[in-house]
Design a protein. Structure first.
Length: 381
């Protein structure tokens, strides 16, 4: 059967894909495909597709799997370690590093020919696609749709805000309305951009483009919620975790994608940037790394901070929220009034909150996400 190898397959742009027949003596050939849709049209049941994880590839992998294509996924850190070991004889573990990272001091992307080489010489480095993994990618794909329209709405809102401010400064008016001062400027921006009114109820933004994107975002979020409610995978992972809904849970699923990458629960916390490193437990920074690759996901790190903010502010009555607050009270038992009167106490309380947030997150990752996800995938601890 034909075998295809790709690095990243854009949904709307041309890309390169390697193509070869393992049973033929002909050398692998490079071909151009117009976009992901064109690649899917070429694929037939029984074909093999090797590609990188991350980006839009989750959608491509899922669509190909539905066509009964044999899909094989590869993480950046695995191919990087293999390329390095080929040249220097050193092997490294899969740390779950981001799909595009610093490689030998330079920003590097994996090429289709490199994916092809690994597929031919080290196929065991790929993660095979399965029915269980397809359930994961269903949520990854749905979250990507939410995130895409959310980012588009934010970008559009920023553009509108800048244009209104420029017009107000240059002409004293914007959208045919006089802007004599800051109060009128803020009122106009609120009318054009705000998705909620003063009572925190939904409202339609005055700008038609922002209103359209807001509507699309709501539709995609509703679609994600419906998918999660009917997903056995999602319900096993987060169904009994109070305070973690689809909006938060899907972020974690999309950031991790493959729980097989993490042999120990601590590896998942490390990937999230929740483990202390370096001197006196300080987290390793790029300046202090001395060239060492930082196996940390900004996407998973952001999901962790979102979880922390929610549990600290609104989820205090949940089990995770109570765990967080209980640790803070053990380490720094004081009232808001006492903190207000003492700078040292405020500092001590802030540090206690930071430690408690990280401890709660590690509990969530290591004792909830890691074991439940691996159990669903049929992996032994």
């Amino acid at each position: 059967m034909p075998h295809y190898a790709a690095s990243y397959v854009p949904l709307v742009r041309e890309t390169e894909v390697m193509h070869w027949d393992p049973n033929s003596k002909r050398k692998p050939a490079s071909m151009k495909v117009g976009d992901a849709f064109h690649l899917l049209l070429r694929l037939e049941a029984g074909d093999d597709l090797s590609l990188m994880m991350g980006s839009t590839n989750a959608v491509v992998a899922l669509a190909a799997f539905r066509k009964k294509v044999n899909v094989h996924q590869l993480s950046f850190s695995r191919i990087q370690a293999w390329l390095v070991s080929n040249g220097k004889g050193q092997k490294q573990e899969d740390t779950g590093a981001d799909a595009e990272q610093e490689f030998n001091g330079h920003r590097t992307k994996v090429t289709p020919s490199q994916v092809l080489r690994v597929a031919q010489e080290a196929p065991h480095l790929f993660y095979p696609m399965s029915v269980a993994q397809s359930a994961v990618l269903e949520i990854v794909a749905a979250w990507q749709r939410v995130n895409d329209v959310m980012e588009a709405r934010k970008a559009a809102a920023n553009l509108v805000r800048i244009r209104i401010q420029q017009d107000a400064l240059l002409y004293g008016k914007a959208r045919e309305k006089p802007i004599p001062g800051k109060k009128e400027l803020e009122a106009l921006l609120a009318d054009l951009l705000n998705t909620k009114n003063e009572q925190d109820r939904k409202r339609v933004p005055g700008d038609p483009h922002i209103a359209f994107l807001t509507e699309q975002e709501e539709r995609e979020r509703s679609r994600l919620e419906n998918l999660c409610r009917g997903s056995d995978f999602y319900l096993r992972l987060f169904g009994d975790v109070e305070g973690v809904g689809p909006s938060i849970g899907a972020r974690f699923i999309a950031a991790v994608e493959r729980i097989e990458r993490f042999e120990r629960p601590e590896d998942l916390s490390n990937y999230a940037g929740m483990l202390p490193r370096g001197k006196e437990g300080m987290l390793l920074s790029r300046k202090r790394s001395k060239g060492k690759q930082l196996s940390r996901s900004s996407q998973l790190n952001s999901a962790c901070f979102l979880l922390q903010d929610y549990m600290f502010q609104w989820g205090r009555n949940t089990s995770l929220g109570q765990r967080l607050i209980a640790q803070v009270e053990r380490e720094c038992p004081c009232t808001p009034e006492a903190r207000k009167a003492s700078k040292d106490l405020r500092r001590k309380h802030t540090e206690a909150v930071k430690r408690a947030r990280i401890a709660m997150t590690r509990h969530f990752l290591e004792e909830i996400v890691w074991p439940k996800w691996r159990a669903y995938m049929g992996l032994t601890s």
